[in-house]
Design a protein around this ligand. Structure first.
Ligand SMILES: [Zn+2]
Length: 86
């Protein structure tokens, strides 16, 4: 994003009319989306580690029942059981 920001700030080209490849704006949107998704995953991992440290890992935050091992295996950061997540 830093490199793209530098390019956008220093570019006087009208890239919106470049028929080759994505525009700087669309590339910015794509990278920003990836960054936001990564931040969500990071926050979920941090929360899961916090529950682990507190001895609450694997317990549904909504109903208090255990989260199935298969669900935790597939999604280690799951905070809700399948029923509550649905
Ligand atoms: Zn639940």
């Amino acid at each position: 994003m830093r490199a793209l920001r530098t390019t956008r700030e220093s570019s006087s080209d009208d890239d919106e009319h470049d028929p080759e490849g994505p525009t700087l704006s669309s590339e910015w949107s794509r990278i920003r989306g990836l960054m936001l998704a990564a931040e969500v995953r990071r926050d979920e991992a941090d929360a899961a580690l916090e529950r682990l440290a507190e001895g609450r890992y694997g317990t549904c935050l909504s109903c208090g029942r255990p989260i199935a091992a298969g669900r935790l295996e597939a999604r280690p950061t799951a905070a809700l059981c399948v029923d509550c997540a649905a």
